[in-house]
Design a protein around this ligand. Structure first.
Ligand code: GLN
Length: 382
């Protein structure tokens, strides 16, 4: 008998990041689509990993992560957000931010639970909820500001609402949440007993004197939240896939139950090396300045273009509106730019459940100047 495949995600294809990166390669286009830095990882950090490997630290790490790394993270969180966490119980090292998100949802969302999320949302959120039987409740945020209407959020809360997912600085919009946003969220989740999944992987990339508003800064919120971070973004090493989830012990316990069966543990030498490397704040404190200069350099290159930048306060993504250039749909526009003009980007409609098309493309500016100059030359044709 033929096998009948019942897809759990019949409407999902290959991730847009893989699709566009592949198209960029195929057409030899400059790749500003998938977000990853093309800067070198620090020699020092590579040396530390090498040392750990040579010293024989090549077997399984403890399931929740190497103790020295969790201790360092707890110290950094205390210094950065004035929040005390227990490294033993509250921190779980994961295979990147994506696994942290998946383990959190798998551990804490039950079939039939509703999860409020804000579109445009990162592509793994909705499938992670649905694979676990949860019901995504998307709320659209719109340009130019992508601000959250909290009255609308309140109107979506039901007795099945289990979780609200936020992302600041936000991928793909580059918007950031304000202190007032977080205070309102705190009021809501403490009133209704709702969990927050806060994706903060771009915590260190924030511009124009804005301050990153981590859920960990707000005690009431921290008590209800899982905050998710990534070393890949902070240390130019997205390929290592190491991140972590921070949550009160009772919540972390459930995340770990899922994590132990998804990956069990994360590679040992990288964790040990990061534990040491991260004890020096100069290794991560300059990142906002570095990326703000990148953003401004990129924007400087496209001053004469009809591609219009939206305000970007954080992350390494710049949205450009092409309303003044073409009336094509954004997916078509991204393909056309890649094939005909050799510049790859990401169409923003793919981050909306209802495929809202605001004629925006996302460009990653985590690239060397030469690449940004070349991309600018292409955008200046319009
Ligand atoms: N976070 C990266 C982006 O937004 C992509 C990571 C991936 O390819 N899954 O472009």
């Amino acid at each position: 008998m033929m096998i009948k495949i019942n897809s759990r995600l019949p409407d999902v294809g290959t991730s847009i990041f893989a699709v566009m990166s592949r198209m960029a390669q195929q057409y030899e286009a400059i790749n500003l689509s998938q977000g990853f830095p093309d800067f070198k990882v620090s020699e020092k950090l590579i040396e530390l990993i090498h040392q750990q490997m040579k010293a024989g630290h090549n077997q399984y790490a403890p399931m929740p992560g190497v103790p020295s790394l969790r201790k360092t993270i707890a110290e950094v969180i205390h210094q950065t957000y004035a929040h005390q966490v227990d490294p033993e119980m509250d921190i779980t090292i994961t295979a990147g931010g994506t696994e942290a998100i998946f383990a959190t949802i798998t551990g804490l969302v039950s079939p039939g639970d509703e999860v409020i999320l804000f579109d445009p949302s990162y592509d793994c959120y909705d499938p992670a909820i649905r694979l676990n039987g949860g019901i995504p409740v998307p709320i659209n945020l719109l340009p130019p500001g992508f601000a959250i209407d909290w009255e609308l959020v309140k109107s979506k809360i039901t007795n099945r609402t289990r979780m609200i997912m936020i992302n600041t600085p936000q991928n793909p919009s580059g918007a950031v949440l304000t202190e007032s946003d977080l205070r309102i969220l705190e009021e809501i989740v403490t009133k209704y007993g709702i969990l927050v999944l806060s994706d903060e992987v771009y915590e260190r990339i924030i511009f124009d004197q804005k301050v990153h508003q981590s859920v960990l800064r707000f005690p009431g919120l921290a008590a209800h939240s899982v905050a998710i971070f990534s070393f890949g973004k902070t240390f130019h090493a997205t390929g290592w896939k190491v991140g972590y989830a921070v949550a009160p012990g009772e919540i972390s316990k459930e995340i770990r139950k899922a994590h132990q069966f998804i990956t069990f543990s994360v590679n040992t030498p990288v964790q040990l090396a990061l534990a040491e490397y991260m004890t020096h704040p100069e290794h991560y404190l300059g990142l906002s300045k570095f990326y703000q200069e990148k953003r401004d350099f990129f924007l400087g290159q496209i001053k004469g273009s009809s591609f219009q930048p939206m305000t970007c306060y954080g992350s390494y993504f710049q949205l450009l509106s092409y309303k003044g250039v073409s009336s094509k749909a954004d997916v078509e526009m991204a393909e056309w730019l890649t094939k005909e003009h050799k510049l790859a980007s990401i169409p923003v409609s793919v981050f909306y459940k209802d495929k809202t098309d605001n004629q925006l493309l996302r460009f990653c500016f985590a690239k060397g100047e030469e690449t940004l100059v070349k991309a600018g030359e292409i955008l200046n044709r319009f």
